[in-house]
Design a protein around this ligand. Structure first.
Ligand SMILES: Cc1cc2nc3c(=O)[nH]c(=O)nc-3n(C[C@H](O)[C@H](O)[C@H](O)COP(=O)(O)OP(=O)(O)OC[C@H]3O[C@@H](n4cnc5c(N)ncnc54)[C@H](O)[C@@H]3O)c2cc1C
Length: 443
């Protein structure tokens, strides 16, 4: 039996281990939780979602929707567990975070080809085929050793924040209401309205509130897609009104009018007892979060079961270091996967774990790697992170800009993206059929 080592059982590592194990490879999977926790992880379960419980858009005319559909068709563990633990969230695929992580953990731990080892790994093993998937909060010791190994190549970083979670019973439903924007789909979100006066007071308090000290944050490199709400607020009085507090399409049934601003709460668990504040990632001090967010009328008595936090996220200068299969160019027996390679987000991390697990299994079985190419979202991510022409490398969510254009004009963005997605899925199906016809094991 062939062997592989996977370090880190997050979104990428769990998926990579699963893909290897499903193809008959024995996997030694190392995870430091619960012996040692990162500053943003709270539970001992694998594939823990640090912040939002949303895996973003579900429709294939959105890039995250396409990526999920590709992974679903290709037999992804993360997507099958997400589908099984889904909670209603309009057009998004959101999950009960605890049920999701528990299901991934149970599946991985019970796989006959996976042996789980608890504890921190401090160096990349000197021999064997290894996938390092220790995430943006890789422990210091391992970080140091990888840094030394990669020599002159600098690690890069930015800051990522998580949003608070409140209990449903503490939300004042006399002033809040269930609705989805423009009444599309089911009314899954709780909407907390504010009038002009309430918004002005909230905005001023938010801009002046005291931030928690975050070591090194002076350089203020935040990820635009996950910007702390107070940083966004300081950009101008109206910025939030075009961002997370956008009121359009959210008419208040109590008044029959569209409020001046609306804070949305998304269900965080299947029971509906917990809700997170959408777009409210923050690094205010905890008492300040309570004081300022309680100025939102529906949250005046809110019980905060978890406060938002901010952490430094580290990623590699992948275009100089990795090929499109996430292999270290200088030592291809070593692969990296997940957010540390510069793919950004839960599903992007799972996708890179899928690619590395699948193609390492193929290599061990004496087969050529599958080239997903930039016709698919999975392939586009690998090509993006390994593109040497990218001199100032920055992490990237999946988007249609990195997938091959159609080559002909189509009227309307939605229609164009749908056609790109259909082409991607046809291409993927052909690849998967070819693999099956070759009598190779697919999950
Ligand atoms: C504060 C914060 C908020 C975020 N919010 C979002 C969000 O809302 N939406 C989103 O899509 N993405 C978010 N992200 C990005 C998120 O980290 C990734 O999307 C995703 O979790 C990355 O998956 P991963 O598998 O690469 O890493 P992780 O999921 O972090 O998994 C890495 C695993 O490796 C383990 N590990 C670390 N070092 C060692 C070691 N030395 N030995 C053994 N095990 C080790 C860790 O314990 C962890 O379980 C956030 C990140 C942070 C830090």
């Amino acid at each position: 039996m062939h062997n592989a080592i996977v370090i880190g059982a997050g979104l990428a590592g769990s998926e990579a281990a699963w893909q290897l194990a499903q193809r008959g490879i024995h996997v030694d999977l190392y995870e430091m939780k619960p012996v040692k926790m990162t500053p943003a992880h709270h539970s001992s379960a694998f594939a823990e979602l640090c912040c939002s419980n949303s895996l973003r858009g579900a429709e294939i005319c959105t890039a995250p929707g396409l990526l999920k559909e590709e992974l679903r068709r290709a037999g992804s563990l993360i997507i099958s567990c997400a589908d099984a633990t889904r909670v209603e969230a309009g057009g998004a695929l959101a999950v009960d975070r605890e049920a999701f992580a528990n299901l991934v953990t149970e599946k991985v731990k019970n796989h006959p080809n996976i042996t789980v080892h608890e504890g921190e790994v401090t160096e990349i093993p000197a021999e064997g085929h290894v996938i390092v998937a220790t995430g943006p909060l890789t422990s210091d010791a391992l970080f140091e050793s990888i840094h030394n190994k990669l020599g002159a190549h600098e690690y890069l970083h930015f800051y990522d924040a998580a949003a608070p979670i409140v209990s449903f019973e503490s939300v004042d439903m006399d002033s809040a209401y269930f609705a989805s924007r423009y009444d599309k789909g089911t009314a899954d979100y709780i909407n907390c309205p504010m009038n002009r006066e309430q918004y002005d007071a909230f905005w001023e308090a938010l801009c002046e509130a005291e931030q928690a000290p975050v070591h090194g944050f002076e350089d203020k490199k935040v990820f635009e897609g996950c910007m702390p709400v107070e940083v966004m607020g300081r950009r101008g009085h109206d910025t939030l009104l075009y961002g997370p507090l956008k009121p359009v399409g959210l008419r208040d049934p109590h008044t029959g009018e569209t409020p001046y601003a609306v804070v949305q709460l998304r269900r965080d668990n299947a029971a509906g007892s917990l809700y997170n504040l959408v777009g409210f990632q923050t690094h205010l001090k905890f008492p300040e979060q309570k004081r300022v967010f309680s100025m939102i009328p529906a949250l005046k008595n809110a019980e905060f079961v978890r406060y938002g936090v901010m952490h430094r996220n580290t990623f590699m200068d992948s275009p100089r270091l990795l090929d499109n299969h996430y292999r270290l160019k200088a030592e291809p027996r070593i692969r990296f996967a997940g957010q540390m390679t510069g793919v950004e987000g839960y599903i992007e991390s799972a996708a890179s774990g899928f690619e590395t697990g699948l193609n390492l299994a193929r290599e061990l079985l004496g087969l050529e790697p599958i080239e997903f190419s930039d016709l698919t979202a999975i392939g586009a991510l690998g090509l993006y992170i390994s593109n040497e022409a990218n001199a100032k490398f920055q992490p990237m969510n999946i988007n249609f800009g990195i997938i091959q254009p159609l080559g002909y004009r189509v009227k309307g963005k939605r229609e164009k993206n749908t056609q790109i997605a259909q082409r991607a899925l046809e291409h993927l199906d052909t690849l998967l059929d070819a693999v099956q016809e070759g009598k190779e094991t697919l999950s």
